[in-house]
Design a protein around this ligand. Sequence first.
Ligand SMILES: NC(=O)c1ccc[n+]([C@@H]2O[C@H](COP(=O)([O-])OP(=O)(O)OC[C@H]3O[C@@H](n4cnc5c(N)ncnc54)[C@H](OP(=O)(O)O)[C@@H]3O)[C@@H](O)[C@H]2O)c1
Length: 274
Amino acid sequence: MMIVITGATGSIGRALVERLRGHDVLAVVRKPAGDLGCDHALADFDEPGTIGALLSPGDRLFLNSSLWPGFTDAHRAVIDLAARAGVAQVVAVSVRGATPGAKLGGGMHGGVDAHLRRSGLPWSILQPTGFMQNLPREVRNGRFYGSYGPGPVNYIDARDIAEVAAALLTRPVGPDADLVLTGPESRSHDQIAEEISAALGRPVRYVDLPVPEMAAHLERQGLPQPQAGDLAELMAATGDGRWASTTTTVEDLTGHPPRSLSAFLTDHKPAFAT
Ligand SMILES: NC(=O)c1ccc[n+]([C@@H]2O[C@H](COP(=O)([O-])OP(=O)(O)OC[C@H]3O[C@@H](n4cnc5c(N)ncnc54)[C@H](OP(=O)(O)O)[C@@H]3O)[C@@H](O)[C@H]2O)c1
């Protein structure tokens, strides 16, 4: 029985591989990844059969990749192949608020989640808030932009998602569950900017833009329409606090509270451009 990890080279996947040292792990990668330090096999969601061929009865599958237009069909196909192979459990990464038909990742994940729930496979669906790991690439020249307004928004450290997945994949398979994963506190983006400034020792300002201007800003950065407009709208919607409540799920499953933003910043200072 193997723990098969897709998305193994990503921010969650690498932390998960680390947590699972000592277990029988097979990392699924698109390019040779000797630096992972575990058995790995080449496969691609774009050819679901390449992942299906790696699965055996009793395996436990961590289902995760970044998003692309073929994401929903590909992940659904891999779920079908996992059911056919007799996989014992699927732990899938989704997003808080995922629902079929929603825009952007929420809709893509919603379509996969619905398929997994009716697959007959034992499942856990992880529904995290936004990742703290996004922040370093968003801060440029002492600023970062959004259309969240002044409301509280939650961020989680992706390492805590990995720890939850590791717990689920190494204990006896439990009941099917949707698990909303959050960081310990929700903050306005002005407060987040203050924390980043304090951690880096230089001023970082959050610039709030109306939705059309944020959409134009995202377009200038290379995001095409309609995704740029959809993302700006999603930021504004998130700013109403709809996903700001916190859960105890990380602590319940890992035995420790989720990492704080200040702990993340301490560990990731070099990732922020000067
Ligand atoms: N970022 C956020 O704020 C946020 C919030 C909530 C939920 N999520 C969800 O979290 C997931 C991303 O997690 P992450 O942070 O670990 O992503 P990540 O760091 O971007 O890593 C993505 C991983 O997916 C792999 N991958 C991408 N396309 C693939 C394909 N066609 N076949 C095989 N592997 C493929 C990548 O492999 P390569 O190394 O070969 O590229 C990489 O290992 C997404 O489902 C996203 O919707 C993200």
